[in-house]
Design a protein around this ligand. Structure first.
Ligand SMILES: C[S@@+](CC[C@H](N)C(=O)[O-])C[C@H]1O[C@@H](n2cnc3c(N)ncnc32)[C@H](O)[C@@H]1O
Length: 246
């Protein structure tokens, strides 16, 4: 059975693939950690780590030790350079970063310690476990930057972005809240767009094709993005807004 239409766009069935049998794919632990980073995982991470509540309800603002004007979410932050830069640039906001890869979490922790950032909280797990416990309209912006593309058809069901996660993004975004997604995989770009355009609570900000070929100017490039550009691949950038009336 194929999960693509003849035009190359993913079929509706594929986008409704339902929960994967195993939630996480890819590596969680990489090379051996330097002693300093290991110590940060043992000592700093427990202070910043998000524990999924048994009640099934998490107030994101209550995660922070001081009041924050709004909360942003970055899913799959990798080594965390983008999250670190955004949190440093916006001390008035709280940031939730989600990343199951422990090496990336350790790098972010070392940046948090070096820069004294107090507005980042971290879930070291699958983002799909966090989405259902976040209340409606509780997140100002969601960044999903270069999620693993899983290009083989038989692996498409592993993709993080699908109709179900997009519906959760729409639910948890504040009215006028922003969703940013980027990918360098043309097949995943079509797949994402099909899921995004099918969600009535979201509106695409692009006015012309050049808009989604142009990196957003107001942020640092991610590590994966630099590699993609260096290899000559052309990422696409999608910005959607949460409709206020839906
Ligand atoms: C291709 S990397 C991109 C990392 C970073 N955003 C960048 O652009 O450099 C994709 C990241 O998503 C993470 N990831 C994979 N599945 C995830 C999931 N279910 N929830 C959260 N993060 C996930 C991976 O561990 C990996 O770090």
């Amino acid at each position: 059975m194929t999960s693509s239409t003849s035009s190359g766009a993913p079929s509706t069935d594929a986008l409704r693939a339902g929960p994967p049998q195993r939630l996480l794919y890819g590596r969680r632990v990489g090379h051996r950690l330097r002693p300093g980073r290991k110590r940060l995982l043992e000592e700093l991470l427990p202070k910043l780590a998000i524990t999924l509540p048994a009640s099934g309800h998490l107030d994101p603002r209550a995660l922070f030790s001081r009041p924050v004007a709004a909360v942003r979410l970055e899913i799959g932050f990798g080594a965390g350079e983008h999250l670190e830069a955004e949190a440093a640039a916006h001390p008035e906001l709280g940031f939730i970063g989600v990343e199951p890869f422990v090496g990336g979490v350790a790098r972010l922790l070392s940046a948090i310690a070096a820069r004294g950032l107090d507005n980042i909280r971290i879930l070291v797990d699958d983002a799909r476990l966090l989405l259902p416990v976040l209340p409606d309209a509780s997140i100002r912006r969601i960044d999903v930057l270069f999620p693993d593309p899983w290009p083989k058809t038989r692996h498409h069901k592993r993709r993080l972005v699908n109709r179900e996660t997009v519906a959760e993004f729409a639910r948890i975004l504040e009215p006028e809240g922003e969703l940013r997604l980027a990918t360098d995989d043309p097949g995943y770009a079509r797949w994402m767009l099909a899921a995004l355009l099918a969600e009535p609570r979201l509106i695409w900000c692009a006015e012309r094709a050049a808009d989604w070929r142009t990196p957003w100017p107001d942020r640092p490039l991610t590590r994966y993005e630099r590699k993609a550009l260096a290899a000559g691949r052309k990422p696409v950038y999608f910005r959607f807004l949460r409709r206020s009336e839906a």
